[in-house]
Design a protein around this ligand. Structure first.
Ligand code: FAD
Length: 387
């Protein structure tokens, strides 16, 4: 009889974690990982913190390869799936039968209607190649460079901080008048807004209507008519899931509590493509490294449970965290904060340390965030519940 085959699409945080878990749980059958990157798998969180700053190379942020996981690695991209036949077809036409398919293809930068094509002066920051291209511009004249960053989410904010510390003049543009409020709460976001305005030129509550590029500059027009001239523009508008190969669209893969796809039999989804449902019915994705690692492991255990009767992994609880360092201040959060929850601010005994918890309508704490407040944050984490 043919052995059951597990196929994993994506060799990032979730995909490699799924592969490692499958082996750690004792599965000895065929395991295939489809790596859609041109590089060896790497830690994406170090793309801006390591590669962009020039501290680390692509080789230095590489993850353990598939050989360490005793898996077949296929360089290529998933193209489509026939869920009835349980066949995955790669973009180059190769076909693979699967018994369990773990979708872990991550996300891609969100484009903008007004954005000029990515060019020598207009950038995204998602891959090591993006970081190398942007760094090449920066290396020409670090202290004299003017950068316009469109979007003050985690990546836009972190790059604004690191580039201004390196001497660049930074324009930071955000549609929101208080960026990061949805992830960290208004109390912490207000302090971060203040930090930004102390270090970079902020244009908050503004969208942009046009980007044009010339031979030696890029011009961004804001919604209030102001025009920003800079050497380079970074578009940091968040991400959209890489799901076209499975769903034909980019809306994510809806999963149940065990991370099984709700729509495709034999398919599981983990990481930033997975679309979870809160008790309120609200759909949400989590685009953070530790959550992707946790979900990869969870989806692997669910697949082994369904294929081989391994123990049920129970419902996935989003209790992982992330940290972000801005102008020497550290913000961190655990759980999954989402619009509509109630925020509570806690007295930490210090004006420098801020702590906010997020609660469901039934009072359960589903997320907690802190600024310069790691000890208080870790204590609060023990009380996290599923959204
Ligand atoms: C610059 C940057 C900095 C970040 N910093 C942080 C941080 O400090 N902390 C934090 O918690 N999070 C951070 N994140 C977010 C974090 O990296 C992601 O949430 C995490 O990588 C998601 O894991 P994933 O496995 O879902 O996707 P990924 O790790 O992106 O892996 C998905 C893989 O699938 C591949 N793929 C895509 N399509 C296909 C296909 N059709 N076939 C085969 N393979 C495919 C992709 O190329 C990729 O290699 C950062 C992200 C970026 C871009």
């Amino acid at each position: 009889m043919e052995q059951q085959r597990i196929v994993i699409v994506g060799a990032g945080a979730a995909g490699l974690s799924a592969a490692a878990t499958v082996r750690a749980e004792g599965y000895e059958g065929p395991l295939t990982i489809i790596n859609g990157e041109v590089h060896r798998p790497y830690n994406r969180t170090l793309v801006n913190k390591g590669v962009l700053s020039g501290l680390l190379t692509a080789e230095q942020i590489a993850q353990p390869g598939s050989s360490a996981l005793d898996a077949d690695a296929i360089q290529g991209k998933a193209g489509s799936v026939d869920p009835d036949l349980a066949i995955l077809t790669l973009e180059d036409g190769r076909r693979l039968r699967y018994d369990a398919l773990i979708a872990a293809s991550g996300s891609a930068p969100q484009l903008s209607d007004h954005a000029a094509a990515i060019s020598e002066r207009v950038f995204h920051l998602h891959t090591v190649d993006d970081a190398d291209r942007l760094r090449a511009q920066f290396a020409k004249d670090p202290g004299g460079l003017t950068v316009t960053i469109l979007g003050a989410g985690f990546i836009g904010s972190e790059v604004a901080s690191s580039m201004s510390e390196a001497g660049a003049h930074v324009h930071l543009v955000s549609r929101s008048s208080m960026p990061l409020a949805s992830a960290l709460g208004e109390h912490i976001a207000a302090r971060i807004t203040e930090l930004h305005s102390n270090h970079v030129t902020t244009h908050f509550g503004q969208s942009f209507t046009n980007i044009s590029t010339g031979s030696d500059s890029a011009t961004v027009t804001l919604s209030d008519g102001r025009v920003l001239e800079s050497d380079v523009v970074l578009i940091a508008h968040g991400t959209k899931p890489n799901t076209a190969w499975l769903t034909g669209g980019d809306g994510g893969i809806a999963v149940d509590s065990r991370l099984r796809s709700r729509d495709y039999r034999g398919v599981y989804a983990a990481g930033s493509i997975a679309l979870h449902t809160a008790r309120t019915g609200q759909l949400y994705r989590i685009d953070h490294w530790d959550a992707a690692v946790a979900q990869g492991a969870h989806a692997a255990r669910a697949a082994l449970h369904d294929l081989h009767g391994a123990p049920d992994p129970a419902a996935y609880t989003p209790d992982s965290g992330f940290t972000v360092t801005l102008y020497q201040h550290s913000a961190a959060a655990y759980g999954a904060a989402m619009p509509g929850v109630t925020e509570r601010h806690h007295d930490t005994g210090s004006t420098e340390a801020l702590l906010t918890s997020f609660h469901n309508t039934d009072g359960a704490m589903i997320a907690v965030a802190g600024l310069n407040a790691f000890p208080q944050l870790f204590t609060a984490c023990a009380q996290l519940r599923t959204p």
